[in-house]
Design a protein around this ligand. Sequence first.
Ligand code: SAH
Length: 340
Amino acid sequence: MEKINLKSLDQDELQALLKEMGEPAFRAKQIFAWIYRGASSPDEMTDLSKGLREKLAERAEIRELRILRRQISEQDGTRKYLFGLDDENAIETVFMKYRHGNSICVSSQAGCRMGCRFCASGMAGLARNLSAWEIADQILQVQKDTGERVSNVVIMGTGEPFDNYDQLSRFLRLVHEKNGLNLGYRSITVSTCGVIPGILRFGEEFPQVNLAISLHASNEATRSELMPVNRSYPMAQLLEVCRSHAEKTGRRITFEYTLVSGVNDGEKQAEELAGVLSGMLCHVNLIPLNTVREKSFRGSSKDYARRFQAALERRGIPATIRRELGGDIDAACGQLRLKA
Ligand code: SAH
């Protein structure tokens, strides 16, 4: 019989398992806490009796992602991990150090089927969804490897989180659990390319988790050209949904906007963008395009980025230019992919 992976269970499910084994409910809490402290086997759970540890080990195990490769940036200490899953797939995770704490960028799928034109991560399509424990384990393994605590999580690695909504929501609940990682919902950000049904559900179920939208264009035509998802969920509808999300949750939405030279980075586009975002509780994060070798797009110059930012701010839209970390290890946005 295949062993149960304890890491795939939430506290209630652990409790049910322990009950079935004739153990009291509080044991489940102890075990859950051990798992999120990074235990890799019931043997390590020293506050359980030896008998129970043995009984557990007969039925269950704690699976882990394997570190296949790790690159550490000499510039800023950013780390990029390539993790192996139980099948032949692999995923990437990035760990970043900021003054306000450590941040991690996790993947939600192995591959992606959204096909954004400028992005390397989706070039080979979707291999499969990650399960909640595989998303959470990226945090556990990085904490183990660095010996440091992660305080902020962004779901901005490979994959479209709302294309894997059920496992994403299970992941959010798992890492929010007080007895485990105890991550506050406000220190988590989910980034989507604009899958409207996902945004609606997310607004109902997780009003405190931050929402980031990959917008990248100021009008429908440009957006459809860069992001095929815009043909299913047009920008006008997307922005309407965002407006009511911000109103309902009272939380500022981040719009990610990658500046592509000659495509979306002119004064005219800045004006157009300010127009469509006008009056919304939001913030624009301008991302320098990371050149992906196989693609023909080029990033805008620093001057253009500053001009674009100034044009937005003049019209009352707060905007920042994202600092680039880990440039020397290809850890930047849209570059997460498996280099064979
Ligand atoms: N699917 C989600 C999350 C993963 S992508 C989403 O679309 O939001 C994370 C961010 O990196 C997105 O804003 C994406 O558009 C951006 N990105 C992708 N390729 C990029 C590139 N080459 N340069 C800069 N940003 C890129």
